[in-house]
Design a protein around this ligand. Structure first.
Ligand code: BV8
Ligand code: ZN
Length: 247
């Protein structure tokens, strides 16, 4: 008889309570209950746009206005989004675990808004404008009508996002690899586990002895390797896992 979800949650809570080092990878699914569109699946961002038209350096070179419209639309949507109970549960985990590393593919800033401090953002930050000419970066304070320009040299700015075909921020992948390799338990929450190199980190954790716990609405390519896949909403499951640590 397969364990039911409640028994699986209890077991994960007990494993986290004993863990010295915990790593967590999150994807767009953890922000879905905050009203942030995910990428793949029904209503996903990529449904309305082809990735190669809006999320590559070539797309930006070809049509910067189209790309900025895509990112300003996403910034606009984020203005009314708040952290949900899953983000808040991770901020609490950071307080309760001797070592807790949060690695996110998300660019929405909701982990930081929920109080998480040790956050490695693998794919950048949607609120950062990065100059295309000098090294200046500036934090956007809202949504502007025309394309943002560098406050330092006046050149056109681009979103501070890692696009497909681009390297991850210097040191981010190395830090993430060290964190997952040291982990006793690794949580993987709300990601379709298809984008590389982020998707390889959970397998790396498994290869160095971590218990890998996936939380998702549906199975993913990671599910076959995970020790357990908890199927359900992250905003419901994560608070229950934190509560189960004290039982
Ligand atoms: C690099 C910026 C190379 C955009 C993003 C062929 C094979 C393998 C790899 C490649 C290949 N061809 C190209 C590559 C490499 C490529 C890649 O991985 N492509 C994939 C698509 C095949 N990777 C790259 O290009 C990376 N760079 O490799 O550089 C290089 C090497 C040397 C020198 C130079 C270059 C860069 C990758 C970063 C790309 N940028 N974002 C933007 O955000 O605007 S990736 C994009 O997808 C987002 O950042 C997002 O974070 C990421 C992953 O998506 P998910 O977060 O998983 O979201 P998704 O919608 O897919 O899934 C949501 C999940 O949540 C679902 O499973 C759903 O069931 C679940 N869910 C929903 N609601 C809930 C929930 N779960 C729980 N509760 C809920 N309520
Ligand atoms: Zn500049």
């Amino acid at each position: 008889m397969t364990d039911n979800l409640a028994q699986q949650i209890e077991r994960v809570g007990a494993q986290l309570a004993q863990a010295q080092v915990v790593a967590c990878m999150t994807g767009a699914g953890i922000s879905a209950e905050s009203g942030v569109a995910t990428f793949r699946g029904g209503g996903g961002l990529w449904e309305g746009h082809r990735v190669e038209d809006v999320a590559t350096p070539q797309a930006f070179a070809r049509d910067p206005e189209l790309v900025w419209r895509f990112y300003q639309m996403r910034r606009e949507g984020l203005l009314t989004c708040r952290p949900n109970p899953a983000h808040i549960a991770l901020a609490e985990l950071e307080q309760r675990c001797p070592r807790f590393d949060l690695i996110t593919q998300n660019v929405d800033g909701l982990h930081q808004a929920a109080g998480s401090r040790n956050v490695t953002a693998l794919h950048g930050d949607i609120w950062i404008d990065r100059c295309t000419a000098c090294t200046h970066e500036q934090r956007a304070v809202g949504v502007v009508a025309d394309m943002p320009r560098c406050a330092s040299c006046g050149a056109l700015a681009r979103p501070g996002i890692v696009w497909f075909g681009e390297m991850l921020p210097p040191g981010a992948l190395e830090h993430a690899a060290e964190a997952v390799s040291a982990a006793d338990v690794m949580l993987v929450i709300g990601t379709s586990s298809v984008v590389q190199p982020a998707a390889s980190l959970a397998l790396m954790a498994k290869s160095t002895g971590a218990v890998v716990v996936e939380i998702n609405l549906e199975p993913t390519p990671l599910s076959a390797s995970a020790d357990v896949t908890l199927l359900g909403q992250a905003g419901e499951i994560m608070p229950q896992i934190v509560a189960a640590m004290s039982q």
